[in-house]
Write a protein that binds this ligand. Structure first.
Ligand SMILES: CSC[C@H]1O[C@H](OP(=O)(O)O)[C@H](O)[C@@H]1O
Length: 336
């Protein structure tokens, strides 16, 4: 069976499928250079909170490969460069800090590279296991065959494993609980119509793509029974940052009395973040709004506002599906 992997580590190289080229081309980036990985994260050639955390961990480990002098200096240079790539997804910092902790233990040990790679592989294996537990726990939110709407991409392309929200949908489908999936195209970078559609097609799960602005009428016409999206950072009180347009869905879901769930690993919970007010939202360049791929469709002289994420307040979230279970309101996630 076709296996989708956002990131692989083989023969001391990181292998990424270039997500900016999907679904029309399947091209790969193969490198051991952390700077190339930093650029890949910034360009969203690899994207999705857990996927960038795993990828950055491998890249940081590689920064000390074959280094015999100035090892700590090189490591910290790589750490700071990778840390600067994208500000919102907490998994990036979780991955980098996991490797940094390991480096502090082994920085004077000749086996330091091997130890850091082992730590990165453990992080990757944990992510794979987390994805399956989330999918299993997510089954509890289905009480019948349901039509599910999702936003952005939260499948294997967004993680080190089989995905979060889209993995819940996948497992529910193969357990007979999903009739079809409504896929928000997810402007401006179209992670839905390009990546989620590609994954569902490979899985043989029935879906249809809709513009983000069509989600409201799908709910009004009672064509949606459940909404599940991913997350990039979850505050202790349950406020959740996710792809821009998620907040819209949560407000609409409340208006139409439709259950709205977030699916994410507990590594996406920021225990130092009391509420959504403290979450830094990444602003992307207006190029991403005035072009699709290389095709410009409006003047670049116009101003544009392009936040990559928005924050959904906890009171609009029915439940948060994690590998440790499904949590509900009121959220107190500092010790999860
Ligand atoms: C499983 S995390 C997926 C999460 O990441 C996406 O953002 P981006 O494509 O910009 O990396 C989006 O917010 C998804 O929900």
């Amino acid at each position: 069976m076709f296996k989708i992997e956002a990131v692989k580590f083989k023969d001391d190289k990181i292998i990424l499928i270039d997500q900016t080229k999907l679904p029309l081309k399947e091209e790969y980036i193969v490198t051991d250079d952390y700077e190339r990985i930093a650029i890949a994260i910034e360009r969203l050639e690899v994207r999705g909170a857990p996927a960038i955390g795993v990828t950055a961990a491998y890249a940081l480990a590689l920064s000390v490969k074959n280094k015999n002098e100035n090892v700590e200096e090189e490591f910290l240079k790589a750490y700071n460069r990778l840390k600067s790539t994208r500000p919102t997804a907490v998994n990036l910092f979780f991955g980098l800090d996991s490797i940094k902790e390991e480096f502090e233990k082994y920085k004077n040990d000749p086996r330091v590279y091997l130890k850091l790679i082992e730590a990165a592989k453990r992080l990757h294996e944990d992510d794979i296991e987390m994805c399956e537990k989330i999918a299993l726990n997510g089954l509890s939110v289905f009480d019948r065959k349901m039509r599910v709407l999702t936003h952005c991409n939260t499948g294997a392309l967004a993680t080190g494993g089989s995905g979060t929200a889209l993995n819940v949908i996948r497992r529910a489908y193969f357990n007979g609980f999903v009739e079809c999936v409504h896929v928000d195209e997810t402007r401006p970078l179209l992670q839905g119509s390009r990546l989620t559609a590609w994954e569902l097609d490979k899985l043989g799960i029935p879906f249809s793509i809709n513009t983000d602005s069509t989600a409201a009428v799908l709910m009004k016409e009672k064509k949606v029974d459940l909404i599940i999206t991913g997350a990039d950072r979850i505050a202790v009180n349950g406020d959740t940052a996710n792809k821009i347009g998620t907040y819209n869905l949560a407000v609409l879901a409340r208006h139409h009395n439709i259950p709205f769930y977030i699916a994410a690993p507990t590594s996406t919970i920021d225990r130092h973040c009391p509420s959504g007010k403290e979450i830094k939202i990444e602003l992307r360049g207006k190029e991403e709004l005035v072009k699709i791929g290389d095709c410009r469709f409006t003047s670049d002289a116009y101003d544009a506002y392009c936040p990559a994420f928005d924050v959904t307040p906890a009171e609009l979230i029915t439940g948060i599906i994690t590998e440790k279970g499904v949590f509900g309101n009121p959220y107190r996630l500092e010790n999860v």
